[in-house]
Design a binder for this molecule. Structure first.
Ligand SMILES: [Zn+2]
Length: 82
């Protein structure tokens, strides 16, 4: 009996973002095998799923982290800033 592999006629093809790739890289670089326009998380041919990162959340986190780094860089070290 051969393994069950799902491949649709027009697969989504989206690949996991580089930040989400884990070892072994060959397995984590498989593209999404679900049909184009599917709902929910992406899923590759071996059943691993992932969500696309939220660009608004990434932007908000980047601004918050940059503000925190600037605050830390210009903090007065002579005071107790707790
Ligand atoms: Zn997909």
């Amino acid at each position: 009996m051969s393994p069950r592999v799902r491949v649709s006629a027009w697969p989504c093809g989206r690949q996991r973002p580089r930040s989400m790739q884990t070892s072994p890289l060959v397995a984590s670089r498989l593209p999404c095998a679900l049909p184009t326009g599917h709902d929910g998380p992406h899923e590759d041919a071996i059943g691993q799923t992932w969500h696309d990162p939220n660009p608004e959340l990434e932007y908000a986190l980047g601004v918050a982290l940059a503000a925190d780094l600037l605050r830390w860089a210009f903090a007065d070290d002579t005071k107790d800033n707790r």
